[in-house]
Design a protein around this ligand. Structure first.
Ligand code: NAP
Length: 239
């Protein structure tokens, strides 16, 4: 009998999260999908089920601490034990610092960083007890370098990378793997909304990022990969 594998993917309604959810379902993971927009979640779940996969939707606004607690409880009830948490939900506020409001700043830190911390903390006890589990944070190259006009997003993604590094260190004795995937430009609704005038020809696709997630979940227990950076083939390598 093959062993049940379970994953929670945040921001699974569209873009990278949806592609990750579908790809994981394709290799046998049962998927809990979360985001705010119920119609998009339902559509992603239907796409998984149409191929014989198992998926359930858990609508949630991840900027609300109370809602995250309820989400974690609901997911634990149906998907326990959780093997994989993919912290993918995020959003971009691209403005120069002098135009950023305190609300813009807090929102960026809350959805891109604090939500990942709160969800991770919620699932750690069961992963630590089992001494088994994997956490993948979908970060960004913006978490590794400065990009002008993106300070709030840049600060949040640098924070997410710092969180990833500390978490990997703390969870080493518990056999729990932690990775950050740091893509450059991916053609999604987020990048289209945040950078409407940029030509997206040649940009990576959500499926390209999903492919990297499949690679990470296929790693042998002997191998640790902390960060994967991904960039458009025709872009400059990271310094
Ligand atoms: N696109 C890029 O160029 C790029 C590059 C590097 C990294 N990334 C990262 O990749 C991740 C996915 O982005 P994407 O490009 O796929 O964007 P996207 O297509 O806009 O998808 C974002 C997902 O996050 C969810 N989300 C946003 N705010 C939320 C909230 N408050 N509560 C719950 N869910 C929320 C959205 O659903 P709802 O709106 O329905 O809630 C949606 O499902 C993000 O972390 C982003 O920073 C993207």
């Amino acid at each position: 009998m093959t062993q049940r594998k379970t994953a929670l993917v945040t921001g699974a309604g569209r873009g990278i999260g949806r592609a990750v959810a579908l790809a994981l379902a394709g290799i046998g993971y049962e998927i809990a999908l979360t985001a705010r927009t119920e119609s998009e979640l339902a559509d992603a779940a239907a796409a998984i089920r149409s191929k014989g996969g198992i998926a359930e939707v858990f609508p949630c606004d991840l900027t609300e601490q109370g809602a995250i607690k309820q989400l974690a409880n609901a997911v634990q009830e149906k998907f326990s034990p959780l093997d994989l948490l993919v912290n993918n939900a995020g959003s971009a506020v691209f403005k120069p610092v002098w135009e950023l409001s305190a609300e813009d700043w807090l929102h960026s830190l809350t959805i891109n960083l604090t939500a990942a911390f709160l969800l991770t903390r919620a699932f750690l006890p069961q992963m630590m007890t089992r001494r088994q589990g994997r956490i993948i944070n979908i970060s960004s190259v913006t978490g590794l370098k400065a990009i002008d006009g993106q300070a709030a997003y840049c600060a949040a993604k640098h924070g997410l990378n710092g969180f990833t590094k500390s978490l990997a260190l703390e969870l080493r004795p518990y056999n729990i793997a932690v990775h950050a995937v740091c893509p450059g430009g991916v053609d999604t609704q987020m990048s289209r909304d945040a950078m409407p005038h940029r030509d997206k020809t040649g940009w990576m696709t959500p499926e390209d990022v999903a492919q990297t997630v499949l690679y990470l979940v296929s790693l042998s227990p002997r191998t640790a990969i902390d960060f994967v950076t991904m960039r458009r083939f025709d872009s400059e390598p990271l310094a």
